[in-house]
Design a protein around this ligand. Structure first.
Ligand SMILES: C[S@@+](CC[C@H](N)C(=O)[O-])C[C@H]1O[C@@H](n2cnc3c(N)ncnc32)[C@H](O)[C@@H]1O
Length: 225
């Protein structure tokens, strides 16, 4: 792990069933990020990443929570000049990055309170053991005028199984307690708004985009209520 500080905590409950399930999901995620990075991470020229970047309007000091293992998440491009980015993710550090990154967990952010102008969750909240704890942490590290930007992909209930799938995908195992082979619990718009409310956050901006026939990208801007 030569390319980042490791600030991952070792809380007592990390041996619990839910963290064991999360560890398996992370292993599945790594397979998908290595086998098909363009479809599973924000890399390359992607219209959805450009839209999210525009929605966020980054400036100041920005924290990307669950930034991914890639050197540079595509949605961080297009910010105001002088913007400084920092990322946190349990997978950073094995390969070099193009901005400051820390290996750590969203539920236990290794930063002091009141420092970031933006905190970003780009297709990550549904991967966490506790999205509630992650949002409370995001609120803690935000400056009073700061905002949290969230990107959640929502799949239609009638989404058909793909015509053909890859061998690497067919070999992934869904652990007990997880919703599918990658996600702890997917969040539709209603579940997301209830979650934000429970963390003391208000929705102050929202946009939805149809991304293909069965997927909607929901973008939310949140502020401390
Ligand atoms: C679908 S990827 C998205 C990565 C990046 N935001 C992007 O769009 O390219 C989900 C990311 O969430 C990270 N993640 C999962 N659990 C996490 C946690 N508890 N704290 C921080 N990041 C986590 C994974 O390691 C993975 O990099």
């Amino acid at each position: 792990m030569p390319h980042a500080l490791d600030l991952t905590p070792r809380p007592d409950d990390r041996n619990s069933e839910i963290w064991t399930a999360w560890t398996k999901l992370q292993e599945n995620g790594v397979v998908s990020y290595e086998q098909d990075p363009e479809r599973n991470l924000a890399v390359g020229e992607r219209e959805d990443c450009t839209r999210f970047s525009r929605f966020c309007g980054f400036s100041g000091l920005v924290l990307d929570v669950g930034c991914g293992p890639q050197p540079w998440p595509a949605y961080l491009s297009g910010s105001a000049s002088g913007t400084v980015f920092c990322g946190v993710d349990p997978l950073v550090g094995d390969k070099p990055g193009k901005y400051t990154r820390v290996r750590g967990l969203a539920e236990y952010l290794p930063f002091r309170r009141g420092v970031f102008s933006h905190v970003v969750f780009a297709t990550t909240l549904d991967h966490f053991v506790s999205p509630h704890a992650a949002l409370v942490e995001a609120r803690r590290v935000l400056i009073p005028s700061g905002t949290i930007e969230v990107w959640l992909g929502q799949k239609a209930e009638d989404t058909p199984a793909p015509d053909k799938s890859h061998d690497w995908y067919d070999q992934l195992i869904k652990p007990a307690g997880a919703e599918d082979v990658f996600h702890m619990e997917r969040l539709d718009e209603v579940a997301a708004i209830n979650l934000f409310d429970s963390a003391g956050l208000q929705v102050v901006g929202k946009k939805s985009y149809q991304a293909g026939e069965y997927r909607t990208d929901n973008f939310f801007r949140l502020a401390a209520g």
